[in-house]
Design a protein around this ligand. Structure first.
Ligand code: ATP
Ligand code: MG
Length: 180
C-alpha cells in the first residue's frame, strides 16, 4: 500500500485545485518559508479524519478553508482527496485504488466519501485503523519536534517509538490496571 496522490481544493493556502503525485519511495516537498509545505501535511491528517483544530495549526476547524488574500476572495469550502494504492489489499476493501475525500463548508461539519460514495467518518476510521495510517496511527513528526527526538535521551527516544508504534496507550492501560 502506498499513497498515490493528494488533491487540495480551497484547503488553507491552496485556493486553486492542486495535485501532488507520490511515487513509491521517499517524497520530498521543498519550498520557501510560508509556501505551504506544512499545509500539505495538514491536508493529509485532515483527509484521514483529524478532528482537532490545534493539530491542524488553527484555532477552529473552519481555519482550514482558504481565507482569502489581498488579490483573491475567501472560499466557502475546502476539499481534500487522498488516493491510496491498495493492490496489495492492505486496506480491507475490494478496490485496488481507494480515494478518500473530505469536504467542509464554512457553515457546517465535514462530509466524507470513499471512491465517490458518501460515507461516515467512522467508515474512514475503520478502513484505516489496521493499516498503520489514519487518525491514531499515522506518524507525523511536526516542525520543531525533530530536534527533541534527535536530542532525546534513550528513555525519551523509547517513549517516542512506543508512541509511534501505538504501544504507549496499552502501557498506560496496563499501569492503570496494576494500580487498582
Ligand atoms: P515553513 O518553511 O516556514 O515551515 P511552510 O511551507 O511549511 O513554511 P505553511 O505553514 O504550510 O508554510 O504555510 C503557511 C501559509 O499558509 C501562510 O502564508 C498562511 O497565511 C497560509 N494559510 C494558512 N491557512 C490559510 C487559510 N485558511 N487561507 C489562506 N492562507 C492560509
Ligand atoms: Mg512548515
Amino acid at each position: 500500500m502506498h499513497l498515490k496522490s493528494l488533491t487540495l481544493r480551497g484547503f488553507k493556502s491552496f485556493a486553486s485545485a492542486t495535485t501532488l503525485r507520490f511515487e513509491p519511495g521517499i517524497t520530498c516537498v521543498v519550498g520557501p518559508n510560508g509556501s505551504g509545505k506544512s499545509n500539505v501535511v495538514d491536508a493529509l491528517s485532515w483527509v484521514m479524519g483529524e478532528q482537532g483544530a490545534k493539530s491542524l495549526r488553527g484555532g477552529k476547524m473552519e481555519d482550514v478553508i482558504f481565507a482569502g488574500t489581498s488579490g483573491r476572495a475567501p472560499l466557502g469550502r475546502a476539499e481534500v482527496s487522498l488516493t491510496i494504492d491498495n493492490t496489495d489489499g492492505a486496506l480491507p476493501i475490494e478496490y485496488a485504488e481507494v480515494t478518500i475525500t473530505r469536504t467542509m463548508f464554512r457553515n457546517g461539519g465535514s462530509e466524507y466519501a470513499l471512491n465517490g460514495d458518501t460515507c461516515r467518518l467512522l467508515d474512514i476510521q475503520e478502513l484505516l485503523s489496521d493499516s498503520g495510517i489514519g487518525r491514531e496511527m499515522h506518524v507525523i513528526v511536526g516542525q520543531g519536534r525533530l530536534d527533541s527526538v534527535l536530542q532525546a535521551d534513550p528513555m525519551g527516544r523509547r517513549a517516542f517509538i512506543e508512541e509511534a508504534a501505538g504501544v504507549l496507550k496499552h502501557r498506560k492501560r496496563k499501569e492503570k490496571a496494576l494500580r487498582k
